[in-house]
Write a protein that binds this ligand. Sequence first.
Ligand code: 6CS
Ligand code: FE
Length: 307
Amino acid sequence: MSTATPEMTRKEIPDCYPSRQLTEPHTQDRVDPVVYGHAQGGHGLSEAQLLAFDRDGYLFFPELFPRDEIRSYAGELQRLAAKGGTGPETILEPSSGDVRSIFQVHRNHAVFRDLSRDRRLTRIAFGLLDSDVYIHQSRVNLKPGFVGKEFYWHSDFETWHVEDGMPRMRAVSCSINLTDNHATNGPVMVIPGSHRQFVACVGQTPENHYQKSLRRQEYGVPDQAILSRLAAERGIEAPVGPAGSVLFFDCNLLHGSNSNITPFPRSNIFFVYNSTLNRLTDPFGNIPPRPEFVATRDGVDPILRNG
Ligand code: 6CS
Ligand code: FE
């Protein structure tokens, strides 16, 4: 894999995953590895876990954090949500006006910065990406009871490649349950193995797309026929578990989540670990880059493997 260097101009970096350019939806094989590390890398992931992530595109760690520790993070989230927040990093639900997401929490709140650098998480990112890492994006998704709306099917990488300029697939998302995730309150659903194909989307990216897509995404979403084929071939899984459980999933894994009409909030905090060898360049969609709060460009604060 040729790594993009900051000195390279965007034109010198090949677009290995063109999307939103053709009028017909199509898929292509992934050209990047899924797992960059190996079992003897000192990160604690077993050969079986690395093989499972390579095959499925995700790993679930039930109760990686003890309840009393995660309760303090959930309390901090409630405090943030209660404040409401008027900055651009606070995204409201389109219908109810409730807080849907708060972005860049790893930079704006010390307790979440510390959590994003916790060795229980970073060792897994190091094992999968086999390099130093940094936080490409962080957010809390509150998905409150009764009014928490869905996140339609998508590949994060498709957006990060087209709208943020992420060159290659060498990033992993980590979703930490801050409340119990049940089968019923809108857990993250994945299509196992879908990370091995890149689903190119159709349609032109609207200007300032993020101002709409973070509330309800309509562009950069996979075609229903392709989704139907992949779901029929590979099924749909919804890894659930109590607060403190953690889901690591590949940047290109198709995922989404249903609305939450139960009384039980489904709040998660997400950290996206990107390899320092895969830093953002100009967006491959040839559009202005999204703001720093959704895509770290200037504030790269590396987390060193041997740090
Ligand atoms: O556009 C993004 O970066 C965000 N959108 C979704 C639906 N998932 C990834 C990320 O939070
Ligand atoms: Fe996503």
